[in-house]
Design a protein. Structure first.
Length: 130
């Protein structure tokens, strides 16, 4: 079975994961617990669980839901530059897509894909990865 990867945004700490310890995810009802299963539950509204797409960008960074990416797509003789879009999962098509202002493009068809930030950047601005 394929290893399914997630990352969790902790709104209280304004960071992914936690205090450097291995991240464990325990699900009970609709609440996700961070760390030991006996720890107090963080509200699901304070955490955002993001699924890895299984795709890496041109810099070998793993791409997750909620990442802001850029790249280009070529269909027939048309090449479209994508300055930025948010990675989302489309359950109707069972695929990850890059949602832009005017369209949603299949993530696996974008060449030169590059992660440039994530949706939890300050005031939802693009925050560059360091």
């Amino acid at each position: 079975m394929k290893n399914i990867r997630f990352r969790i945004w902790n709104a209280n700490r304004m960071e992914f994961g936690g205090d450097g310890a291995p991240l464990q995810l325990h699900v009970r009802g609709n609440a996700a617990l961070h760390g030991d299963a006996g720890a107090a539950a963080h509200s699901a509204s304070l955490q955002d669980i993001m699924l890895a797409t299984g795709i890496k960008d041109k810099d070998a960074n793993e791409v997750y839901e909620g990442d802001i990416c850029r790249g280009k797509i070529s269909i027939a003789c048309i090449i479209k530059e994508v300055d930025s879009g948010i990675v989302v999962y489309n359950p109707n098509n069972a695929r990850f897509e890059l949602k832009c202002s005017d369209s949603s493009l299949p993530l696996n068809l974008i060449s030169g894909l590059q992660v440039i930030g994530h949706i939890h950047g300050e005031a939802h601005d693009v925050r560059l990865r360091r």
